[in-house]
Write a protein that binds this ligand. Structure first.
Ligand SMILES: CC(C)(COP(=O)(O)OP(=O)(O)OC[C@H]1O[C@@H](n2cnc3c(N)ncnc32)[C@H](O)[C@@H]1OP(=O)(O)O)[C@@H](O)C(=O)NCCC(=O)NCCS
Length: 147
């Protein structure tokens, strides 16, 4: 299955996936922004007109800030999350990014392992950051080709 760049025509599919995989993290307006703004990257793994997963981020100078990565619960642990993350990093690198960063809840085992697999390192901790009391791990990875 091939990762594609998502445009506004994928809005409904993004909302459905967000509901299934991210507990409705973003509103319709927020998804519109992700899909439309030029400095944002929004990639997806399509299955007909549905999405099996998405990976989004925005580029600030030479940094990619990853804002969401999610895979439909029905198809997790098949490598799709890694495929999406790798594609997002590759696209950001092509756009001139040198570093990638994100925040992840310390108790989100699957995501923490995925980022560690992809060479992210914890550069800082925000204690009690999330509503359930878990910490936010601030993750960084150098993604430039000369690393
Ligand atoms: C995190 C998430 C995107 C991973 O997607 P996925 O397609 O299941 O992940 P992959 O199959 O590509 O797994 C890649 C690696 O991540 C780690 N991983 C993924 N799921 C895991 C789990 N349930 N337990 C432990 N490690 C896990 C493993 O290291 C795995 O490599 P391996 O299969 O060779 O052991 C998915 O669990 C998800 O959508 N979670 C909800 C949304 C979320 O929390 N997003 C991150 C916010 S920061």
């Amino acid at each position: 299955m091939a990762v594609i760049t998502l445009d506004k025509s994928w809005l409904r599919a993004c909302l459905v996936l967000d509901n299934r995989a991210l507990d409705s993290l973003w509103t319709e307006n927020q998804w519109c922004r992700e899909l439309e703004e030029p400095h944002r990257l929004c990639l997806g793994l399509p299955d007909s007109r549905a999405l099996l997963g998405v990976a989004c981020g925005w580029c600030v100078v030479d940094e990619l800030h990853i804002t969401a990565i999610a895979v439909d619960p029905a198809v997790r642990r098949r490598g799709y999350g890694r495929d999406l993350l790798v594609a997002l990093l590759q696209r950001a690198r092509q756009n001139g990014a040198i570093y990638a960063t994100l925040e992840v809840a310390s108790n989100n085992v699957s995501a923490v392992r995925l980022y560690a697999d992809c060479k992210f390192q914890t550069a800082g901790i925000r204690h009690n950051y999330y509503s359930d009391g878990s910490d936010a791990l601030i993750q960084w990875c150098r993604i430039a080709n000369d690393s």
